[in-house]
Design a protein around this ligand. Structure first.
Ligand code: G6P
Ligand code: MG
Length: 214
Protein backbone atom coordinates (compact mmCIF):
# COMPACT_ATOMS: atom_id res chain seq x y z
CA UNK A 1 0.00 0.00 0.00
CA UNK A 2 0.94 3.59 -0.52
CA UNK A 3 2.81 5.07 2.44
CA UNK A 4 3.95 8.45 1.21
CA UNK A 5 4.09 10.97 -1.58
CA UNK A 6 7.08 12.97 -2.80
CA UNK A 7 6.01 16.17 -4.49
CA UNK A 8 8.12 18.21 -6.84
CA UNK A 9 7.37 21.93 -6.46
CA UNK A 10 8.19 23.98 -9.56
CA UNK A 11 5.65 23.20 -12.28
CA UNK A 12 3.69 20.78 -10.08
CA UNK A 13 2.27 22.89 -7.24
CA UNK A 14 2.90 26.37 -8.71
CA UNK A 15 3.82 27.94 -12.03
CA UNK A 16 7.45 28.73 -11.26
CA UNK A 17 8.56 26.66 -14.25
CA UNK A 18 7.68 29.82 -16.27
CA UNK A 19 9.57 32.05 -13.85
CA UNK A 20 12.70 29.87 -14.07
CA UNK A 21 12.41 29.90 -17.87
CA UNK A 22 12.11 33.68 -18.05
CA UNK A 23 15.12 34.17 -15.78
CA UNK A 24 17.27 31.72 -17.78
CA UNK A 25 16.09 33.34 -21.04
CA UNK A 26 17.21 36.73 -19.72
CA UNK A 27 20.62 35.29 -18.90
CA UNK A 28 20.99 33.54 -22.26
CA UNK A 29 19.93 36.69 -24.13
CA UNK A 30 22.52 38.72 -22.19
CA UNK A 31 25.20 36.30 -23.42
CA UNK A 32 23.87 36.06 -26.98
CA UNK A 33 23.17 32.36 -26.55
CA UNK A 34 20.08 31.01 -28.34
CA UNK A 35 17.55 29.64 -25.84
CA UNK A 36 13.88 28.81 -26.24
CA UNK A 37 11.14 26.86 -24.50
CA UNK A 38 12.16 23.63 -26.23
CA UNK A 39 15.71 23.97 -24.89
CA UNK A 40 14.25 24.83 -21.49
CA UNK A 41 12.57 21.41 -21.22
CA UNK A 42 15.96 19.79 -20.59
CA UNK A 43 16.58 22.20 -17.70
CA UNK A 44 13.40 21.41 -15.78
CA UNK A 45 14.23 19.69 -12.51
CA UNK A 46 17.95 20.20 -13.04
CA UNK A 47 19.76 22.17 -10.33
CA UNK A 48 21.04 25.72 -10.79
CA UNK A 49 24.65 25.04 -11.79
CA UNK A 50 23.64 22.03 -13.87
CA UNK A 51 21.14 24.17 -15.76
CA UNK A 52 23.77 26.83 -16.40
CA UNK A 53 26.14 24.16 -17.72
CA UNK A 54 23.45 23.00 -20.16
CA UNK A 55 22.94 26.57 -21.43
CA UNK A 56 26.68 27.30 -21.81
CA UNK A 57 27.48 23.97 -23.45
CA UNK A 58 31.15 23.79 -24.44
CA UNK A 59 31.59 27.53 -25.02
CA UNK A 60 35.00 28.64 -23.72
CA UNK A 61 35.63 31.46 -21.26
CA UNK A 62 33.32 30.46 -18.43
CA UNK A 63 35.43 29.54 -15.43
CA UNK A 64 33.97 28.64 -12.05
CA UNK A 65 34.05 32.23 -10.81
CA UNK A 66 32.17 33.57 -13.83
CA UNK A 67 29.68 30.71 -13.64
CA UNK A 68 29.03 31.54 -10.01
CA UNK A 69 28.36 35.17 -10.88
CA UNK A 70 26.04 34.22 -13.76
CA UNK A 71 24.08 31.78 -11.58
CA UNK A 72 23.74 34.43 -8.87
CA UNK A 73 22.44 36.89 -11.45
CA UNK A 74 19.90 34.40 -12.74
CA UNK A 75 18.71 33.81 -9.19
CA UNK A 76 18.22 37.54 -8.60
CA UNK A 77 16.04 37.69 -11.72
CA UNK A 78 14.17 34.60 -10.55
CA UNK A 79 13.57 36.14 -7.11
CA UNK A 80 12.15 39.23 -8.87
CA UNK A 81 9.79 36.93 -10.77
CA UNK A 82 8.44 35.33 -7.58
CA UNK A 83 8.58 38.45 -5.39
CA UNK A 84 4.82 38.99 -5.53
CA UNK A 85 3.92 35.29 -5.19
CA UNK A 86 1.26 34.41 -2.63
CA UNK A 87 -1.28 31.67 -1.91
CA UNK A 88 -3.23 32.57 -5.07
CA UNK A 89 -0.21 31.39 -7.11
CA UNK A 90 -0.78 27.80 -6.07
CA UNK A 91 -2.09 25.82 -9.03
CA UNK A 92 -5.80 25.04 -8.72
CA UNK A 93 -6.14 21.79 -6.81
CA UNK A 94 -2.65 21.88 -5.29
CA UNK A 95 -3.81 22.53 -1.75
CA UNK A 96 -6.56 19.91 -2.11
CA UNK A 97 -4.03 17.33 -3.36
CA UNK A 98 -1.81 17.93 -0.33
CA UNK A 99 -4.80 17.86 2.01
CA UNK A 100 -6.11 14.58 0.59
CA UNK A 101 -2.71 12.93 1.16
CA UNK A 102 -2.53 14.22 4.71
CA UNK A 103 -6.11 13.16 5.45
CA UNK A 104 -5.23 9.63 4.27
CA UNK A 105 -2.35 9.52 6.74
CA UNK A 106 0.34 9.46 4.06
CA UNK A 107 3.77 10.95 4.64
CA UNK A 108 3.89 14.16 2.59
CA UNK A 109 7.38 15.14 1.42
CA UNK A 110 8.89 17.76 -0.86
CA UNK A 111 11.65 16.66 -3.25
CA UNK A 112 12.51 19.89 -5.07
CA UNK A 113 15.95 20.70 -6.47
CA UNK A 114 15.34 24.37 -5.73
CA UNK A 115 17.32 26.19 -3.05
CA UNK A 116 14.41 28.63 -3.10
CA UNK A 117 11.84 25.99 -2.15
CA UNK A 118 11.51 26.93 1.57
CA UNK A 119 10.94 30.59 0.62
CA UNK A 120 8.38 29.61 -1.98
CA UNK A 121 6.52 27.30 0.41
CA UNK A 122 6.22 30.18 2.89
CA UNK A 123 4.96 32.54 0.19
CA UNK A 124 2.42 29.98 -0.99
CA UNK A 125 1.30 29.30 2.59
CA UNK A 126 1.80 25.53 2.42
CA UNK A 127 4.97 24.99 4.45
CA UNK A 128 3.04 23.33 7.30
CA UNK A 129 1.60 20.68 4.97
CA UNK A 130 4.90 18.83 4.55
CA UNK A 131 6.31 16.30 6.98
CA UNK A 132 9.74 16.89 5.48
CA UNK A 133 11.31 19.22 2.92
CA UNK A 134 14.51 17.69 1.61
CA UNK A 135 17.42 20.14 1.48
CA UNK A 136 18.82 19.76 -2.06
CA UNK A 137 22.18 21.04 -0.83
CA UNK A 138 22.43 17.95 1.39
CA UNK A 139 22.14 15.35 -1.38
CA UNK A 140 25.15 14.31 -3.44
CA UNK A 141 23.60 14.09 -6.90
CA UNK A 142 20.76 16.08 -8.41
CA UNK A 143 17.94 14.78 -10.62
CA UNK A 144 17.98 12.59 -12.76
CA UNK A 145 19.88 10.77 -9.96
CA UNK A 146 17.53 9.25 -7.36
CA UNK A 147 19.18 10.85 -4.33
CA UNK A 148 16.58 13.48 -3.45
CA UNK A 149 13.68 11.02 -3.69
CA UNK A 150 15.56 8.43 -1.64
CA UNK A 151 16.30 11.10 0.97
CA UNK A 152 12.59 11.99 1.12
CA UNK A 153 11.59 8.36 1.69
CA UNK A 154 14.30 7.79 4.28
CA UNK A 155 13.35 10.93 6.19
CA UNK A 156 9.81 9.67 6.74
CA UNK A 157 10.74 5.99 7.11
CA UNK A 158 8.74 4.78 4.11
CA UNK A 159 10.17 2.16 1.74
CA UNK A 160 10.67 3.70 -1.73
CA UNK A 161 8.34 1.22 -3.50
CA UNK A 162 5.56 2.47 -1.19
CA UNK A 163 6.11 6.06 -2.34
CA UNK A 164 4.52 7.96 -5.22
CA UNK A 165 6.66 10.66 -6.84
CA UNK A 166 4.96 13.52 -8.67
CA UNK A 167 6.95 15.44 -11.30
CA UNK A 168 6.60 17.73 -14.32
CA UNK A 169 10.13 17.12 -15.62
CA UNK A 170 11.77 14.30 -17.55
CA UNK A 171 14.80 14.45 -15.24
CA UNK A 172 12.45 14.11 -12.27
CA UNK A 173 10.59 11.12 -13.68
CA UNK A 174 13.92 9.40 -14.32
CA UNK A 175 14.98 10.19 -10.74
CA UNK A 176 11.73 8.77 -9.31
CA UNK A 177 12.12 5.52 -11.23
CA UNK A 178 15.78 5.27 -10.28
CA UNK A 179 14.59 5.48 -6.66
CA UNK A 180 12.22 2.54 -7.31
CA UNK A 181 9.09 4.64 -6.84
CA UNK A 182 6.00 5.00 -9.02
CA UNK A 183 6.02 8.18 -11.11
CA UNK A 184 3.00 10.38 -11.70
CA UNK A 185 3.71 12.88 -14.45
CA UNK A 186 2.11 16.30 -14.71
CA UNK A 187 1.96 17.62 -18.26
CA UNK A 188 0.13 17.74 -21.57
CA UNK A 189 -0.75 14.51 -23.39
CA UNK A 190 2.34 13.00 -25.03
CA UNK A 191 4.80 14.57 -22.61
CA UNK A 192 6.83 12.55 -20.08
CA UNK A 193 6.51 9.21 -21.91
CA UNK A 194 8.31 7.37 -19.09
CA UNK A 195 5.81 8.35 -16.40
CA UNK A 196 3.61 5.51 -15.11
CA UNK A 197 0.62 7.77 -15.43
CA UNK A 198 0.17 11.30 -16.82
CA UNK A 199 -2.38 13.92 -15.79
CA UNK A 200 -2.62 17.44 -17.25
CA UNK A 201 -2.45 19.24 -13.92
CA UNK A 202 -2.46 18.70 -10.18
CA UNK A 203 -6.19 19.58 -10.26
CA UNK A 204 -6.68 16.13 -11.82
CA UNK A 205 -5.02 14.32 -8.90
CA UNK A 206 -7.33 11.83 -7.20
CA UNK A 207 -5.63 9.83 -4.47
CA UNK A 208 -8.01 6.89 -4.97
CA UNK A 209 -6.51 6.38 -8.46
CA UNK A 210 -3.24 5.12 -7.00
CA UNK A 211 -2.94 1.46 -6.21
CA UNK A 212 -3.37 0.67 -2.56
CA UNK A 213 -4.11 4.29 -1.66
CA UNK A 214 -6.14 4.73 1.49
C1 G6P B 1 13.75 23.11 -9.92
C2 G6P B 1 13.41 23.72 -11.26
C3 G6P B 1 14.65 24.02 -12.04
C4 G6P B 1 15.64 24.81 -11.21
C5 G6P B 1 15.99 24.03 -9.94
C6 G6P B 1 16.97 24.78 -9.05
O1 G6P B 1 14.12 21.79 -10.11
O2 G6P B 1 12.59 22.84 -11.99
O3 G6P B 1 14.28 24.76 -13.18
O4 G6P B 1 16.83 25.05 -11.93
O5 G6P B 1 14.79 23.81 -9.23
O6 G6P B 1 16.33 25.93 -8.56
P1 G6P B 1 17.04 27.06 -7.73
O7 G6P B 1 15.86 27.84 -7.18
O8 G6P B 1 17.84 26.40 -6.66
O9 G6P B 1 17.89 27.82 -8.66
MG1 MG C 1 9.37 20.70 -11.60
Amino acid sequence: PLGGVAFDLDGVLTDTARAHFRAWKRLADSLGIPFDEAANEALKGVDRMGSLALILGDRPGFDAERRGALAAGKNRWYLEEIDSFGPSDLFPGAREALESCRAAGLAVTLASASRNAPLLLRKLGIEAMFDIVVDPAAVANGKPAPDIFLAAAAAVGVAPPAMLGIEDSAAGVTAIHAADMAALGIGPPGSLPDADRLIPSIADFRLADYAGAA
